[in-house]
Design a protein around this ligand. Structure first.
Ligand SMILES: NC(=O)c1ccc[n+]([C@@H]2O[C@H](COP(=O)([O-])OP(=O)(O)OC[C@H]3O[C@@H](n4cnc5c(N)ncnc54)[C@H](O)[C@@H]3O)[C@@H](O)[C@H]2O)c1
Length: 327
């Protein structure tokens, strides 16, 4: 087997590439380096510098490297930006997927793992989100992921492609500091950023219907997420014809207030203390995965805890922001 990882030079892609090569799989990365960095990739992973929107380049890469499966992570991922630039998101995420799938079908590739998101669920009003919870995305980013799943499944059914759509919950942490996410798009780096600037971390809303009034999320360690990809990829090969849709989460919720306390403890930056700010529109009170189906289907479960996510994310943050460490 040779796996092409699109977006392989990104935060998640580089971790998936690492987990798959360490497990003995052959891997090639395809990335346009719009937000990724080739330096993240293991030395033995070739990088094809191209966009998934370039069908000829993708097809050539599939043929040249004898690719038998694709893990598709290349995408735009910022919810706010997707509201401002829906055309960009539909072009990159959905048209890019269409072009990629055309090349996959033409080249006779048989296995496809798609990077989806808990954003497909929108504002779920349930204790544990199962894969059967209705999908009602509330922004263009989530829409492109849901429509992407439809496209992947339909192509799988029509062209004999084994498929897995993995719906990631809140991804955090790093296997090594150099592999950390450098963006500031979710609660952990946002709090690191505020603390580094000597400003209080913000808790958006403390009047939700949750135990401490703040939003509750399911955090998944990037190394666990990477092994979920490996398990899904291997499962497609072992049992061809699969059509899996799986949450990748832990089943455990952590509130924003609990996260702020843990961040203060791990970073040693207890001052300034977190401050409450008004709710942000579009933040559901609670989004926690049911991890039952992925356990049953793949025998996979998360093994890393939230503290190790925060610790490893902090090491990565300090690599790029040495001034962040308390003196
Ligand atoms: N990080 C999260 O919390 C999270 C949660 C749910 C889903 N996801 C999904 O996981 C995937 C990877 O996210 P990430 O956090 O690693 O983001 P990232 O920005 O670090 O990685 C994306 C990679 O794709 C590349 N890329 C973007 N557009 C491309 C194109 N047209 N052609 C080729 N390469 C392209 C970028 O250069 C980058 O290396 C995305 O599909 C994202 O929507 C991420």
């Amino acid at each position: 087997m040779t796996w092409l990882i699109t977006g392989g030079a990104g935060y998640i892609g580089a971790h998936v590439a690492r987990a798959m090569t360490e497990a003995g799989e052959r891997v090639v990365a395809l990335d346009d380096l719009s937000s990724g960095s080739g330096a993240r990739l293991p030395e033995d992973v070739p990088l094809v510098r191209a966009s998934v929107l370039d069908g000829e380049a993708v097809e050539a890469a599939l043929k040249e490297h004898g690719v038998t499966g694709v893990v598709h992570l290349a995408a735009k991922k910022q919810v706010g930006e997707s509201v401002e630039k829906p055309l960009l998101y539909y072009r990159e995420n959905l048209h890019g997927l269409t072009v990629l799938l055309e090349a996959v079908v033409t080249a006779g590739v048989r296995n496809f793992v798609f990077s989806s998101s808990a954003a497909v669920y929108g504002m779920p009003d349930v204790d544990l989100v199962t894969e059967d919870t209705p999908c009602r995305p509330i922004n263009p980013y989530g829409e492109t992921k849901l429509a992407g799943e439809w496209l992947v499944r339909a192509t799988g059914a029509a062209h004999g492609l084994s498929t897995a759509c993995l719906r990631y919950f809140n991804v955090a942490g790093a296997a090594r500091p150099e592999l950390a996410d450098t963006g500031i798009f979710n609660v952990i780096p946002m709090m690191f950023d505020r603390l580094t600037r000597g400003e209080p971390p913000l808790i958006f809303g403390d009047d939700y219907d949750t135990p401490d009034g703040t939003c509750v999320r399911d955090y998944i360690h990037i190394e666990d997420l990477a092994t979920a990809h490996l398990a899904a990829a291997r499962r497609l090969v072992e049992r061809p014809g699969g059509d899996l849709t799986l949450n990748v989460g832990t089943g455990t919720g952590v509130s924003v207030r609990e996260m702020a306390a843990l961040i203060a403890e791990v970073t040693g930056r207890t001052e300034p203390a977190a401050r409450t700010a008004p709710r942000r529109p579009g933040d559901p009170a609670r989004v926690v995965a049911s991890a039952g189906r992925i356990g049953d289907e793949l025998g996979w479960r998360a093994v890393h805890d939230v503290r190790s996510m925060v610790e490893s994310a902090w090491e990565g943050w300090c690599l790029h922001h040495p001034e962040a460490r308390p003196r």
